[in-house]
Design a binder for this molecule. Structure first.
Ligand code: PMP
Length: 396
């Protein structure tokens, strides 16, 4: 039965991890993998998470199913985090939260919902985007197309993006990254969000906003600007939120699909359909990650602790971005790579070419994907001088 099945190449990032492990260069640097790293190169468990888990262990009384929408307390914690504590959308009871296995699970729910309920609609993603967007939407059978996002000089191509969005057929879905665009790090300004909103409204498009890095760009509220603008100004918006990065609970698979509808009645209709999609995929989401998040967000002391730790992570990344450009100054390359300090979040389209990326790996043991995307959290104050020297060498 399986004779005809062909082996496909593994994920490029996984290949990179393997190659990095085998490399014996003592100065090797991993800029490939998509998780936060501290100055020591580790991905620590946040103190607030540890404390929440200790309380959960003590107080947990059952491990029964939590239902297709997940734990209600989780939804009640995530909705104000994403939409704002005094959101008119929440006031009007227009938003529904469904706990999901990570942001990926939320995206798959959204994709299946679109395929089932809006079957003739296409979906548009930025070029480039997180590669899994392509896989998830295609797997759900939705016709996928791209709009430009970066120009040949490695800058945000807002004019190109806007011109393309103006051509999208009425009613199609447009995927936007709320902040910390993966893989480029180029984000929209508030003014640009406003412009996109106008086009989305005029063309009657359905925005699907992927919010995987809330708190990693400029701040929890700042990063939500576009999400809140769209949710407040439009009748319908889909938001996929992830707690993987901002709570550092990657392996606990904790996300949320937020469906914003025109009114409470339509929201309940939509919500009932989302429950079916969830049930057909995995029945119930895993509970533990959501319990951690609600334990933290429902307790002011733990919330304060978590916010402080999140700020530390964000500040570290933003400082490293600036220090990276500073380290390139002596080589006359600060201007060429100034974009790294202007981008936001964990990832950066550095502008390094595939050939330069190959040389960095082969000659210096510096690993990143061939698109030139670097995980900025892989920088450290210890490795910046080495990185700068290596980048200068491949620019010769
Ligand atoms: N969207 C984007 C843009 C991402 O970068 C990621 C994580 N790499 C996700 C969604 C999914 O996150 P999760 O790990 O929560 O599934």
């Amino acid at each position: 039965m399986f004779e005809h099945i062909e082996r496909v190449p593994g994920d490029a990032i996984l290949g990179l991890i393997e190659a990095f492990k085998k490399d014996t260069n003592p100065q090797k640097v991993d800029l490939g993998v998509g998780v936060y790293r501290d100055e020591n190169g580790t991905t620590p468990v946040m103190r607030a998470v540890k404390e929440a888990e200790a309380r959960l262990l003590k107080n947990e009384t059952t491990k029964t199913y939590i239902g297709s929408h997940g734990a209600p307390e989780y939804g009640k914690a995530v909705l104000p985090m994403v939409l704002g504590a005094s959101s008119p959308v929440l006031e009007a009871n227009r938003a529904s939260a469904t706990q999901s296995p990570g942001g990926t699970g939320a995206l798959r729910l959204a994709a299946d919902f679109i395929a089932a309920q809006l079957p003739d609609k296409g979906i548009w993603v930025s070029d480039p985007t997180w590669p899994n967007h392509l896989g998830i939407f295609s797997a759900a059978g939705i016709k996928l197309q791209k709009y430009p996002y970066v120009d040949a000089d490695n800058r945000l191509d807002f004019d190109g993006m806007l011109a393309a969005i103006k051509q999208i057929p009425q009613g199609d879905v447009v995927v936007l990254h709320a902040c910390c665009h993966n893989p480029t790090g180029f984000d929209l300004s508030q003014q640009q969000w406003q412009t996109v909103l106008d086009v989305v409204r005029e063309r009657q498009l359905l925005p699907l906003i992927d919010f995987a890095y809330q708190g990693f760009g400029a701040g929890l509220d700042e990063d939500a600007y576009g999400v809140r603008l769209m949710a407040e100004q439009l009748d319908e918006v889909i938001i996929t939120s992830s707690c993987s990065k901002n709570f550092g609970i990657y392996c606990e698979r904790t996300g949320c699909l937020i469906m914003v509808a025109k009114d409470a009645e339509q929201m309940e209709n939509v919500r009932s359909q989302v429950a079916i999609v969830a049930r057909e995929n995995y029945s119930n989401p895993p509970a533990h990650g959501g319990s951690i998040v609600s334990e933290i967000l429902h307790d002011p002391e733990l919330t304060a602790m978590w916010r402080e730790e999140l700020t530390e992570m964000r500040d570290r990344i933003n400082t490293l971005r600036r220090d990276f450009v500073e380290a390139l100054k002596p080589y006359g390359l600060a201007e060429k790579y100034a974009c790294v300090a202007e981008q936001q979040g964990m990832f950066s389209y550095t502008g390094l070419t595939p050939e330069q990326v190959d040389r960095l790996r082969d000659e210096f043991g510096i690993y990143m994907v061939r698109s030139g995307r670097a995980n900025v959290a892989g920088f450290s104050h210890a490795n910046l001088p080495y990185l700068a020297k290596a980048i200068a060498a491949v620019n010769d």
